[in-house]
Design a protein around this ligand. Structure first.
Ligand code: ATP
Length: 470
């Protein structure tokens, strides 16, 4: 029996911490005591609430898998995330399409047909916009499916629910594939509109969620559609992609072997404060690199020169460091930095050890930090990584990210479970040609972060549990 926390609800992230009390700047973090209002009302409530949400999440996570649904002669309504980057109408990266091939193949190979729905970009929600049409996606998908879809991928009409789209879906024969037009052409998608959802729900015999990257949103196709299908007596299931993401981000992390190391980096500490708070209860150490490290270093009273910092979060970062110390979670911060005088690869460069000189900014972790971080990572049995260590897009400031990637791969080779998440981090690993060498690379940036924060993904409630089909 799981009892909900009794403390008052708090919001994230603005209510993370109340305003600081006492002297604002000291070189070592202030230690919080039991009964300290900062801990009790702010961080403590957040942690308790996050723990509760995580327990609820684990409890509801065994979902009906697509492979256990009888599909022969049936139409699968599959929510995919084909929100691919486009340049002048051409798909520049088709990873998201390839990620859902396993689910589509599973349906077609077993004699079913597939009605696919996705969003693409951010149209206004006022009808068809050629720039956001999914036609190029349909073409690429047909190429990837090859002989498995001999009639290609049908994409007709100017709306996912106009009569052409409905006809195409409802007359679909086994082996056929329809890709509905961009869901976000209809304002009902973002609003979670019930009438819109009912119409979509009528286009399939059962529902598959294979859109992990959108799972932190409660758009109609993610939540209201599977609920409507359930109300119509139809099964709702998890596709291969969603299942794999949940397996790694929830199950494996819940059973993580120790030492368990989390690596966080990237640009904004504000995005990842709740993640640090949740992870510090589960992991042995948190490695922090990238620009977000500078806010934490400033909180420790260390000079950071002209490096990127979120001043408004310095006081909160101090509390966070104190909380980590109290919980016995080690926070490893960079001890040296590859610095430059301007945000450019051509400007003067030097390594700053400890403090960063005035007028210099850290754009990557330094060589001593690389050794320190890599040693800790290689000694770990579980590693979760979200966010690059530096400006990896601009060599030579990619060295820290590459070194951390290599150390994580080394850990994988010795049997550690290694999970990489975050849009930029996953893209960097693809670009470096390293993506296949981790245990799992998550396709969802925001969604994976929310799971690591301990947040509940509402759309999962609408998926049947594994016990639905006996
Ligand atoms: P997403 O948020 O898309 O899921 P992510 O979590 O992998 O991606 P972000 O938080 O978006 O990563 O941060 C990535 C950005 O951080 C990169 O563009 C990188 O250049 C930038 N960055 C990393 N280190 C620094 C630094 N020291 N100074 C300035 N920018 C940095």
């Amino acid at each position: 029996m799981i009892t909900p926390p009794t403390r008052r609800a708090i919001s994230i992230p603005s209510a993370l911490f109340p305003p600081p009390v006492g002297p604002a700047t000291t070189s070592t973090p202030r230690v919080c005591c039991a009964g300290d209002p900062i801990v009790d009302v702010g961080v403590g409530a957040l942690i308790e609430s996050a723990q509760y949400r995580h327990r609820m999440l684990l409890r509801s996570m065994k979902k009906l898998h697509l492979k256990d649904v009888a599909v022969t002669g049936k139409r699968a309504l599959i929510r995919v995330d084909f929100n691919v980057p486009m340049e002048a109408g051409v798909i520049s990266d088709d990873r998201r399409i390839r990620s859902s091939l396993a689910s589509i193949r599973s349906v077609l190979e077993r004699g079913g047909s597939a009605v696919l729905m996705t969003h693409l970009g951010r149209p206004e929600g006022k009808g068809f916009e050629a720039a956001y049409s999914v036609q190029p996606v349909a073409k690429r998908l047909a190429e990837l499916l090859g002989n498995l879809a001999p009639r290609g991928v049908t994409c007709v009409g100017v709306s996912c629910i106009d009569h052409m789209a409905k006809d195409a879906a409802l007359t679909l024969q086994p082996g056929g594939v329809v890709l509905l037009e961009n869901l976000r052409f209809e304002k009902g998608e973002k609003k979670g509109d019930e009438t819109f959802a009912n119409t979509l729900a009528s286009l399939g015999d059962f529902y598959v969620n294979d859109a992990f990257g959108t799972s932190h949103r409660s758009d109609a196709s993610m939540h209201a559609v599977p609920l409507a299908m359930r109300a119509q007596g139809k099964l709702t299931s998890a596709g291969y992609l969603l299942d794999a993401e949940l397996e790694f981000l929830l199950t494996r992390i819940a059973r993580a072997e120790r030492p368990f190391t989390a690596i966080l980096g990237g640009a904004k500490v504000s995005d990842k404060l709740p993640t640090i708070l949740n992870l510090m209860q589960k992991v042995d150490r948190i490695i922090v690199g990238g620009a977000m490290a500078y806010t934490l270093l400033r909180a420790k009273g260390i000079a950071i020169g002209a490096s990127r910092v979120e001043e408004a979060l310095v006081a909160q970062s101090k509390d966070l460091l104190a909380r980590a110390a109290e919980q016995g979670c080690e926070i490893l911060l960079p001890c040296d930095h590859l610095c430059t005088t301007a945000f450019s690869a051509e400007s003067a460069r030097k390594v700053c050890v400890g403090a960063i000189d005035d007028g210099w900014m850290g754009l990557d972790i330094g060589p001593a930090t690389i050794v320190q971080f890599a040693t800790a990572i290689r000694a770990s049995r579980t590693v979760v990584w979200n966010g690059p260590m530096g400006v990896f897009e601009m060599p030579p400031f990619d060295a820290g990210t590459r070194a951390v990637a290599q150390a994580t791969i080394d850990a994988t080779k010795t049997g550690a479970i290694t999970i990489v998440g975050g849009g930029d981090t996953a893209a960097a690993m693809e670009d470096f040609g390293l993506a296949s060498q981790f245990s799992h690379v998550s396709t969802g940036g925001g969604a994976s972060l929310e799971v690591l924060e301990g947040k509940h993904l509402v759309c999962l409630d609408a998926i049947d549990s594994a016990t639905t089909v006996g």
